[in-house]
Design a protein around this ligand. Structure first.
Ligand code: XIL
Length: 352
């Protein structure tokens, strides 16, 4: 197997900016960020600004971060995030308007068929209206598919579906377009990138729902593929059926974004060198296939350095060793994954 450059290798400068490489191809590169990381580690802030051209607030724009009581909103942290980004020439991905998680405690118990649509559209008007004109894109709906729900349309069983009905995606996109005419309106979704039965079912469900919405003139401009990848699924990532799916999205006029990329390493060997090589190979294979599709416009990872990764809590290693899912290590040094991402950006065809 090809060896990716190791930290400290002299053959390539270690700090070549990923945004610079992406920019040469008409792409954006970025990561999620939480303001507390910058406070805890100024080195991380420096790394972030050196590498990124776009940022997603990891928590600050979620409903539960903005509002704890009905109708009462506090935008202070989200505004601070946007100011930090605009001052530093970073674009901002708004994340996220309608999701079944990160809801304030009052929302789900109160939702019913009589008030659901109003509560949803009020929230969207308020939040998207607050940031109108300032964001690159909005994740209008997040993680709405679940083939496990056994519904013919593949929609996940959530309080939104139950209270608003199956056309709640349409409602959300129309409300977002009315509140912010500028941000690209995106449907962000998990597991579409995985070419197994579950992933294929999700792809089919998305295309069918998308066709229905586009026929009705729903203002949807992009698809976000989260891409929380698992190293052990390498064989079902980045294959021909995945590339064909990206083509089907592109033919429907969708811009495509990789929105939350990381590689879970919990099933890999303990040895950090071997683990980093395997993680790097997944990044390279997945991104090389992804970037062949010209409708792909941005690559956004869910964190830049292993010190600040949600995978530590979400998918920890059974042996208790620190996880290594991101391109930079816990001391902000580039790992094999960094060079693998850089290589896939270098070999990507330019966007038009
Ligand atoms: C995660 C954050 O990283 C965590 O800090 C938070 O506790 C939970 O949410 N899909 C998404 C993201 O769309 O918003 C999630 O982020 C990860 C899964």
């Amino acid at each position: 197997m090809a060896q990716w450059f190791q930290p400290g290798a002299k053959a390539q400068p270690a700090t070549r900016s990923l945004q610079q490489l992406a920019g040469q191809k008409g792409l954006l590169f970025g990561s999620c960020l939480a303001l507390k990381y910058c406070v805890q580690a100024p080195e991380y802030q420096q790394l972030f600004l050196a590498q990124c051209g776009i940022a997603t607030p990891e928590v600050h724009m979620k409903w539960s971060s903005l509002s704890t009581q009905p109708g009462v909103y506090d935008f202070a942290n989200a505004d601070r995030f946007v100011t930090f980004c605009t001052t530093n020439q970073l674009q901002v991905r708004g994340h996220t308007l309608i999701w079944h998680e990160a809801l304030p405690a009052w929302v789900a118990p109160q939702l019913n068929a009589g008030n659901g649509r109003m509560i949803m559209t009020d929230h969207i008007a308020r939040v998207a209206g607050h940031f109108a004109g300032k964001l690159y894109s909005w994740d209008v709906v997040n993680e709405v598919l679940d083939p496990g729900s056994q519904r013919p349309d593949g929609l996940r069983d959530t309080p939104w579906l139950r209270s608003c009905g199956a056309d709640y995606l349409e409602l959300a996109f129309r409300a977002a377009a009315a509140a912010d005419a500028r941000a690209l309106l995106v449907w962000n979704e998990t597991y579409l990138e995985v070419s197994n039965g579950f992933g294929q079912n999700k792809r089919a469900a998305m295309l069918a729902l998308l066709d229905r919405m586009l026929a009705r003139g729903v203002p949807i401009q992009g698809i976000g593929l989260e891409a929380h990848l698992r190293a052990e699924q390498a064989a079902v990532l980045g294959d021909a059926s995945y590339e064909a799916f990206l083509g089907q999205l592109a033919r429907r006029g969708m811009k495509i974004f990789i929105t939350e990329l990381d590689v879970q390493d919990l099933t890999l060997p303990a040895d950090p060198g071997a683990r980093d090589q395997a993680v790097a190979a997944v990044y390279n294979r997945f991104l090389t296939a992804t970037l062949r599709q010209p409708a792909v416009r941005a690559i956004v990872t869910w964190g830049l350095a292993d010190r600040f990764s949600w995978i530590a809590g979400y998918r920890p290693r059974p042996d208790g060793l620190p996880v290594r899912p991101l391109p930079f290590d816990a001391n902000y040094q580039p790992k094999a994954a960094y060079y693998a991402i850089a290589e896939s950006l270098r070999s990507a065809p330019p966007r038009g």
